[in-house]
Structure formats: structure tokens, C-alpha cells
Design a protein around this ligand. Sequence first.
Ligand SMILES: NC(=O)c1ccc[n+]([C@@H]2O[C@H](COP(=O)([O-])OP(=O)(O)OC[C@H]3O[C@@H](n4cnc5c(N)ncnc54)[C@H](OP(=O)(O)O)[C@@H]3O)[C@@H](O)[C@H]2O)c1
Length: 323
Amino acid sequence: MRAVWAETGGGAEVLRIVERALPEPQANQIRIRVAAAGINNADIVQRKSGIAPAGAPPGLGLEVSGTVDAVGEDVADWSVGQRVCALLDGGGYGDFALADARSVLPVPDDITHCEAAGLPEALLTVWQNLVVSGNCQPGDTVLVHGGGSGIGSMAVQVAKMLGARVATTAGSPERCNRLTELGADRAINHNEEDFVTIVSEMGGADVILDIVGGPYLNRNLAAAREGARIVQIAFLEGGETTIDLALLQHKRLALTGSKLRPRSAAHKGELTDAIRRFVWPTVARRGITAVIDRIFPLAEVADAHRYFEARRHFGKVILDLQN
Ligand SMILES: NC(=O)c1ccc[n+]([C@@H]2O[C@H](COP(=O)([O-])OP(=O)(O)OC[C@H]3O[C@@H](n4cnc5c(N)ncnc54)[C@H](OP(=O)(O)O)[C@@H]3O)[C@@H](O)[C@H]2O)c1
């Protein structure tokens, strides 16, 4: 089977499509014949370092869609031939991948594999940060930074599903238009408008999902309503800053963050279970979709990484294993 490895760290040119033996599922795993795989920033980080996290398979790829090909002896919920998508520990850019059976979701018939491959990582991340950490409630005002990202475009949709009012930031009028089409109540062009002023005029945010970090933190504190939760998903502009603790104290704010990849299989399974119960019915009627920007064949995986790193995409970038 084909797999994509970064045997040395570096740019997209280090990616190699290699032949590897078919992986055998452990007792609690299923093997998926992969039809499509999502590209995530964690893959870029792994490629640059050339090192997979401890315990993870060496191949790249954290989410796939495809067909169940084999099941481990303790797996009762899945059977060969079912269409599924899954969050993985790694090894998703390849013809076959192993998934913990708890991190698998059924793919409805009218959702393509390329669409389904863009769902697991974004949905689990958004559920963790918006619902578990952010305690998003109906009627809350939610501010999603980087709405045009894979995570952001999913966060906007899930927040709307939960009955929140959504403000979101993006870097151009076109990206803002796409976000209002996705359901955002107010899309803020961060190159031309001040999100603190606009969100304050909306009464302040109850939940803020942030991927920018450093220079945004004090501005997030200013845009927050009393009792708000600010959740750090990433810190693209820097992980260190000085904050006004008086504002934190005065507004009784909670500042938290999380990282999905190192969480236990049991925790990812709990998130998957919640998504299956609370989000999947909306996914099945296409009320929530992975926004797919571009699909690359596996042979063009290096170009796909270059395209992803240019950060001009809106939503998800997908690898098609069937072409
Ligand atoms: N904590 C977790 O568990 C977890 C899980 C998954 C992903 N992440 C992280 O979440 C972030 C988003 O992931 P993704 O895959 O959705 O990203 P992505 O699709 O590559 O999107 C990144 C987008 O963020 C926006 N952005 C805003 N400020 C930015 C800045 N200072 N630098 C660069 N881009 C900026 C840009 O859109 P505009 O030009 O429109 O602003 C850019 O297109 C990544 O950093 C990723 O590592 C964290």
C-alpha cells in the first residue's frame, strides 16, 4: 500500500510516497480502506520536524474517510464494508489506515468521502473548545477568530447549530461574505475593522475561540462580556504576551486552551460519541458540512502541503486517494 512519510524534516519536498505493508488492526481498532484524507496544520508540524509524536504511526495524516476493511477482535460496532470517517493517531495519507474504534463515525450515503474526510479533526476540536471548554449556551454571543480556517468554518456552523449569535474574523471581504453565507451574524474583516469595537457594540462575547494568540489576548479580554470564556486553540502570532489581570478579575473571565492530538483515545472517543449524538443528525441532513476548498490527488501531496501553507484556502484541503 502507498503511504506518505517525511523521513527527514523540512519543506514539502521531503514528502515521499512509499510502499508499506498493510497494517493489522489491534483488538480495539478497525482498518479503513482510505478514500480521502484531510490535511491539518499538525501534519505540517510533523513534516517540518520529521518526527511523529511518541506512540503515533510514522506516516502523516490525522483524519480520513473510507470503507471498513477489517475489524479487530473486540470491535462490535463496525463491520466490513461500512462507509466511515475517523480521527487517527497518524498514517491517514495512505491506502489503508488504522483507527481506534471509538473515534469512528458513520458516513451518510449522500456525503462524499472527500467531504467526510474534512469532518473529524475540525468537529472534535470545535466540540472540545466551544462546548466542553467554552460551555457555549443558546443565546450566547460567540467570537470565532480565523473563521476562514478549517476549524473556524466548522466553529461558525456548530455555534449557530447551538443557538448562538456568531461574530467571526477573516482577512478579506470575500472571506467575510463566505462566512455570512455559512451563517455568521457578523463577519469582521480584521484588516479593515476593529473586532473589539464591533463585538463590544454587540454587547460583548460570551465565548471567544482564538487561534491568533499574543497580540489578540488583551483585545479578547476587552471584547469579552462578564463571565466569558476565552479558549486558546492555537497562537499563530505568538505564545507569550502580558495581560491585564485586572480585566480578567473585574469581568470574572475564564482563560483556557486545549490541544487535541495528545489527548487519550478514551477522551477522543467521548468527544466522538458526543458529536455522534448532538451534531451528526445535523451533518446527515447537510445542515453542517466540511467546507472543502480544494482536493488534490495523493500524487500531488507536496503541492497540497504548499497550498495549505500559503494559507489562502477557505475551509479544508483534502487528499483524494481514489485518483
Ligand atoms: N488545539 C487544537 O486541538 C487544534 C486542533 C486543530 C487545529 N489547531 C490549530 O488551529 C489553527 C487553525 O487550524 P486550521 O487547520 O483550521 O487552519 P487553516 O485552515 O490553515 O487556517 C488558517 C487561517 O487562519 C487565519 N488567520 C488569522 N490570523 C492568522 C495569523 N496571524 N496567521 C495565519 N493565519 C491567520 C487565516 O485566515 P484569514 O486570512 O481570513 O484571517 C488563515 O487562512 C492552526 O494553528 C492549528 O494548528 C488546533
